[in-house]
Design a protein around this ligand. Structure first.
Ligand code: ZN
Length: 121
């Protein structure tokens, strides 16, 4: 016999957005005590596109750039909250550089050029 599951489905709070989040909990108690229910219910959840829309690359936003300076915390170095940062094409350990090192990450999308419409020439 299949065990019952307790789903939590929340729509994105951004007006007109059709995205939904889906979580499943093994017990009602897990659902009621979940981080998601406490922090995202009642119109507080937003999808990736609407949390930081300026970070989502699109035809009207082809480039993003972020930078963070390393800091020492508890005897170790961190870029923000991370001692190790990685992304497409790079990996970096904060401890490999002196405190105050700046990490700059830039992402750019190059859309496929659409053929020029010469049908009315
Ligand atoms: Zn959304």
């Amino acid at each position: 016999m299949a065990r019952r599951e307790y789903p939590l489905r929340l729509p994105c709070a951004h007006k007109g957005c059709k995205e939904q989040s889906n979580w499943v909990y093994p017990t009602r108690r897990d659902l009621m005590e979940s981080f998601e229910l406490k922090h995202y219910s009642n119109g507080r959840w937003r999808c990736i596109r609407h949390i930081n829309p300026e970070q989502v690359l699109s035809l009207s936003n082809l480039v993003t750039r972020a930078e963070v300076v390393s800091e020492e915390k508890h005897g170790k170095l961190f870029f923000g909250s991370w001692g190790f940062v990685s992304g497409l094409g790079f990996k970096v350990f904060a401890d490999d550089f002196p405190a105050g090192t700046k990490l700059i990450v830039r992402a750019e999308i190059v859309p496929l050029a659409t053929p020029k419409d010469n049908s009315h020439d």
